[in-house]
Ligand binder design. Structure first.
Ligand code: ZN
Length: 88
């Protein structure tokens, strides 16, 4: 789950972070949600992403939707755009 690469913040150049925001269990539906934000603590600029899991019979978690990947991709794309357009 930790094999992602985050580009540094396009605004201040500091390291970006993945932060766990909240988790929710939908007991009726046997679903588990983990919400993350990806971005820079210094600038307060984040993309949000939620990972949805199904809770299987023996308690394993099966990822059904990986919004964290999307948030990481969005962050890295944003970091690229801003570095390329930066006036030096
Ligand atoms: Zn920053």
């Amino acid at each position: 789950m930790n094999n992602y690469i985050l580009k540094p913040c396009p605004f201040c150049g500091k390291d970006a972070q993945v932060i766990k925001v909240s988790r929710d269990i939908d007991a009726l539906d046997n679903k588990f949600y983990q919400k993350y934000k990806v971005g820079c603590n210094n600038c307060g600029f984040y993309f949000e992403g939620t990972i949805a899991f199904d809770i299987a019979l023996y308690g394993e978690f099966i990822i059904t939707e990986n919004g964290l990947n999307n948030a990481i991709e969005s962050w890295n794309r944003r970091a690229d755009e801003n570095t390329h357009s930066k006036i030096k």
